[in-house]
Ligand binder design. Structure first.
Ligand code: SF4
Length: 220
């Protein structure tokens, strides 16, 4: 049987208590764990180029990239593929992903990240992240490499910052989220795509979504 979703008030209470616990996390402990795992970035670019590349990016990060690159919001990001249809033929989805070009990130070119100083927290912390306060590790060729204590501490503090930001963003998302009546897919694209994020709802006409992603969502 499907587990019932907790009401938004309960989710907020749980998220706020997770945020409290996250603030107390020790960066020393995280750094020690990073050193036990070992890591050295080999600059192979595999995390930027591969099919699995999918970078979740927060509104404040998008604004910074928009500002630095002079591109529009929808030139920088796109809605993710997973979502649900409402009874009016709109497609609802959560949060934004950096736009891709081919299989990989559109900002990876000439073997480098073209927005390196402004890259999202997810890129800064890869292959590490925190889940329920525990350090987790994604696949990466650089694992096992030597990392000195100060570098591990710096990385630990960005990992913690990312974790705090993720929880804060979730709190705002839950606070602003308005539920909707579920409906059937509308492959003719009658409605719009609605992205829910920490700042509210963003309706986007299908003609403003990159072809590749639109075809994917509408099943063209
Ligand atoms: S933003 Fe930069 S670091 Fe992040 S996936 Fe794209 S190219 Fe890689």
């Amino acid at each position: 049987m499907k587990e019932e979703e907790p009401a938004s008030d309960e989710r907020l209470v749980a998220l706020r208590s997770r945020l409290e616990a996250a603030r107390d996390l020790s960066t020393e402990r995280i750094a020690t764990e990073i050193r036990e795992v070992g890591f050295r970035c080999l600059r192979c670019g595999e995390c930027c180029r591969g099919e699995d590349n999918s970078v979740t990016v927060f509104p404040s990060e998008i604004r910074r990239i928009v500002c630095k690159t002079g591109k529009s919001w929808l030139e920088v990001v796109e809605p993710p593929q997973l979502g649900e249809w409402d009874s009016k033929g709109n497609f609802h989805t959560l949060e934004w992903r950096l736009r891709k070009e081919g299989p990989g990130c559109r900002y990876y070119s000439d073997c480098r990240c073209s927005i390196y100083p402004d890259r999202p927290l997810l890129c800064r912390t890869y292959p590490f992240y925190l889940e329920d306060g525990d350090l987790r590790v994604s696949e990466c060729r650089g694992l096992g490499g030597a990392i000195e204590h100060r570098a591990a501490l710096r990385l630990a503090s960005v990992i913690k910052k990312r974790y705090l930001t993720e929880i804060e963003e979730s709190i705002e998302l839950v606070r602003r989220y308005r539920d909707f009546e579920r409906g059937r897919p509308s492959p003719e694209g009658e409605g719009v795509c609605i992205v829910h994020d920490s700042e509210g709802e963003h309706p986007i006409g299908w003609n403003r979504i990159p072809d590749r992603r639109r075809r994917c969502l509408l099943g063209d």
